[in-house]
Design a protein around this ligand. Structure first.
Ligand SMILES: [Zn+2]
Length: 238
């Protein structure tokens, strides 16, 4: 059963009411709707709690998709958590400080990819530090230079918006694909586009802040050589 992923339309939701619609073989709790981001795209699943109307609290260690199509989310309880049953009503709450830090970091990675317009081969979002791997033929990247460019973008306070577009609309607007930094996946019917006004446009399912100014100051902490053509750039919130 597909989960209604409320975080996709409003990443600032901290709590929501939901109903347990399934419990997986591994004890994962499937809700009809959720604000928990599920592990994907290098961003870890959210931690938090599910609280029953009777007041029982189930700590959630992470959230994951149960299917390749990424339509259903299971909330994985911490060991020893009280059991929930199908039909239970719960209040879901994410650990907001951690999630918000990840939103800031994730959005900062979009800016990093705008400063370094090369193919991205990997990435990871953490609360304090994140990284992107770029396919760059030669070195010569300067930490301070990249830091200054990303911080200048942050200081511009550009709005971050999302919109859904159908495969058909995308095909009818080839210019859109040209301006995107990442080619959208086709064939799923619709694509979620994230636009940072004047700076970046790409398909992305992650959680972002509304305005790049919310990121605050960042710093490139390390640039590592990972293989012949790969450079790993680490970025931290400061
Ligand atoms: Zn994103």
């Amino acid at each position: 059963m597909p989960t209604d992923c409320l975080f996709r339309d409003d990443s600032y939701l901290k709590t929501c009411e939901a109903r347990v619609i399934a419990v997986t073989g591994q004890g994962g709790i499937v809700l009809d709707r959720t604000i928990f981001y599920a592990t994907s795209g290098g961003q870890p699943g959210d931690t938090g709690t599910l609280t029953t109307v009777e007041g029982a609290v189930v700590p959630i260690a992470t959230a994951v998709f149960t299917d390749a199509a990424k339509s259903e989310i299971a909330h994985l309880p911490a060991p020893g958590a009280p059991a929930l049953e199908v039909g239970d009503t719960v209040t879901a709450a994410v650990d907001w400080d951690r999630r918000y830090a990840r939103m800031r970091m994730h959005t900062a990675l979009h800016l990093l990819s705008a400063v370094l317009p090369y193919a991205v081969t990997g990435g990871s979002v953490g609360e304090a530090e994140s990284r992107l791997d770029f396919d760059i033929p030669e070195a010569g990247l300067d930490k301070d230079d990249i830091t200054a460019k990303v911080n200048a973008m942050i200081a511009g306070n550009a709005a971050v918006t999302h919109r859904w577009i159908s495969d058909a609309e995308l095909e009818a607007n080839p210019g859109l694909v040209k301006t995107m930094s990442v080619k959208p996946p086709m064939g799923t019917g619709r694509v979620r586009l994230i636009e940072i006004a004047g700076l970046d446009l790409q398909p992305c399912g992650g959680t972002h802040v509304k305005n790049v100014g919310e990121i605050g100051k960042v710093q490139v902490t390390q640039i590592e050589k990972k293989g012949k053509q790969n450079r790993r750039v680490r970025l931290a919130l400061v």
